[in-house]
Design a protein around this ligand. Structure first.
Ligand code: PLP
Length: 380
């Protein structure tokens, strides 16, 4: 492969921070780099949040759910179009996921749909224990609309902001929403620590509890004393050192990803049957991945034709997340929606959004796609 969907992109100072960790021998789960990374992220996000560095975004979501004392049969309402890591932790806690469709105007959970479902569930006395809306491909969900709903029905709100570090919803940074939010620093995310995550909350009690649970739930005593079970989920100090350097370039990466998106839309957006992921006026997306949809009836080709055509030239692209309610694992699971997410999956393609891709390389991607559209129209 020559042109990639999204690769790690170091800013240049990461190794200095790693060297500092080595010099002080904090090659350990705890240390000054982890503390510094957490403080720096708290400052970056603003809004008085507290942060706990963890081993992954999935671990952060697992801890957030674990702290809700879920019982078998308790429901967690979650976006259907998401990555598995944003859903599997519900199963770790023996709870039942219920899947939700997206709004066509934001491609994030539809607050109207959520509001109707909550009203019905409240009537039936079957409210979910938690709602987990997903920020998709760099776009925050409509936090300003969803937070009041969660508050009205007294349902815990845990925002999956794994894909939206650096994004904004109005004046607020993605990752500051809900009772808690999670971030991911996996290798393909906009910034990476080579694997890592963060739990974020305005309420320090969740973060203190998460630190305790993520380090094997050790009660205060000189020996190892345990009254509840925990997890080995804490972020390592060396990993956090990479994160300190990456956070310095996050805003720059957002601008670069947005510029990549803009070039795709300018060059390809006027082909018949082509649309790009919307950005509502309340959103400032990072455009983590540039997503295009292709209606084969108008374009004369499918998103699979384009994906395969690009692959022939060693250019990586990828279908959107396959909605969870259509996964074999979740056959028969409840779903609220009209299948907008299924139509997105059928027509959507994530284009190379790698910030170390050159403009010349992106120009090649655009030319190859444009040529396929031209041939598609000639056929249709
Ligand atoms: C990446 C991702 C996760 C999981 O994060 P990891 O750090 O890979 O465990 C969860 N939810 C969504 C939406 C993601 O994209």
């Amino acid at each position: 492969m020559r042109i990639w969907l999204s690769r790690p992109h170091m800013g240049g100072t990461e190794q200095d921070h790693v060297a500092e960790a080595f010099a002080s021998n904090f090659i350990a789960p705890l240390g000054p780099q982890l503390d510094a990374f957490e403080r720096k992220f708290e400052e970056y996000l603003g809004g008085g949040v507290h942060c706990a560095g963890l081993s992954s975004g999935s671990a952060a979501l697992h801890l957030a759910l674990h702290m809700q004392d879920l019982r078998p049969g308790d429901e967690v309402w979650v976006s259907s179009m998401t990555f598995a890591g944003g859903v599997f932790p519900i199963l770790y806690e023996q709870a039942t996921p219920v899947f939700f469709d997206l709004s066509p105007t934001s491609w994030t959970v539809d607050p109207d749909l959520l509001g109707e479902a909550l009203a019905d569930a409240a009537k039936g006395g079957r409210l979910p224990k938690a709602i987990v809306p997903t920020d998709l491909y760099g776009q925050s969900c409509d936090i300003a609309a969803i937070e009041p709903l969660a508050a009205q029905y007294g349902v815990r709100l845990i925002v999956d902001s794994a894909e939206s570090a650096g994004a904004r919803c109005g004046e607020r940074m993605a990752g500051t929403g809900g009772d808690m939010a999670i971030l991911s620093f996996n290798g393909n995310k906009i910034i990476t620590t080579g694997g890592g995550g963060m739990l974020v909350s305005r309420d320090s009690k969740w973060i203190e509890r998460a630190r305790f649970l993520s380090t094997q739930a050790r009660d205060p005593a000189p020996h190892y004393e345990h009254s509840v079970y925990g997890f080995n989920y804490r972020m390592g100090n060396v990993t956090a050192a990479i994160g300190i350097g990456q956070l310095d370039v996050l805003d720059q990466r957002v601008e670069q990803r947005r510029a990549i998106f803009q070039r795709y839309r300018d060059a390809l957006g006027s082909y018949p049957g082509v649309t790009f992921m919307p950005e509502p006026n309340w959103s400032h997306s990072t455009r983590w991945l540039s997503v295009m949809t292709v209606d084969p009836a108008q374009a004369g080709i499918t998103r699979e034709d384009i994906r395969a055509g690009l692959l022939e030239h060693e250019i990586e692209s990828r279908p959107m997340w396959k909605p969870m309610h259509t996964q074999p694992l979740f056959a028969g699971t409840r779903y609220f929606g009209s299948g907008f997410d299924e139509r997105l999956f059928a027509t959507g393609l994530c284009l190379p959004s790698d910030t170390s891709m050159s403009e010349v390389e992106q120009g090649e991607v655009i030319e190859r796609i444009a040529a396929m559209f031209d041939r598609g129209h000639a056929r249709s």
